[in-house]
Design a protein around this ligand. Sequence first.
Ligand code: FAD
Length: 159
Amino acid sequence: MDDRKFRTAMGKFATGVTVIATEVEGDIHGMTANAFMSVSLDPKLVVISIGEKAKILNKIKESKIFTVNILAAEQQELSMIFAGQLKEHKEVIFDRLDGKPVLAGAVAQIACEVSAEHVEGEHTLFIGKVTDIHLEDAEPLLFYSGKYRSLTEEKPVTI
Ligand code: FAD
C-alpha cells in the first residue's frame, strides 16, 4: 500500500479543526491539528497526536499543558496561520482559560494537563486531563478530503 492511498483513506474521515496551544516561559505556540478525540468521561480525558517534526512537540513535553481550541467556521484563517499555510506573519492574541492560552471565538476551548504520552510511529499521543472548558454557540469549521468545509443546512427533499 502506498502512502498516498493511506492519506487519501484517512482524509475520508470528516473532522473538525482545532488549534492546539501551549506556553513555555511566557511564549505561546499554536499548531493546527485534527487528530483529536475524546477518550474518557470519568476521568475526563482527551487525546491529541503530534508529529515528530512539529515544533510544538517539545514545548508540550516541557510545559505539560495544552489547550484544544475547536475552530468556528469563520476561523479558517486561524487554521491556516497555525498550519504555516500563510506567508505573512500575523499577530494572534490569546485569551486565558484556567491560566492556559486559548483562542477567543472557538466553538470550544478545552484546557488540559498532560497525564500521559505515548510515542507511536512518527507521532506522539498526548493524553490530556481536562481542567476546564468554555463553549460558544457557533458553527464549526470542518475538514474533509484535504479541504475546509462548513456545515450546510440540508433541507429534506420532498417528493
Ligand atoms: P510552526 O511551524 O512553528 O507553527 C505553525 C505556524 O503557526 C507557523 O506559521 C507559526 O508562525 C504559527 N504560530 C505558532 N505560534 C504562534 C503564535 N503564538 N502567534 C502567531 N502565529 C503562531 N500535524 C500534527 O502533528 N497533528 C495533527 O493532528 C495535524 N492536523 C492537521 C490538520 C489540518 C487541517 C492541517 C491543515 C494541518 C494539520 N497538521 C497536523 C499539520 C501541522 O499543522 C503543521 O505541520 C504545522 O505547521 C506544524 O507546526 P509546528 O509546531 O512545527 O509549528
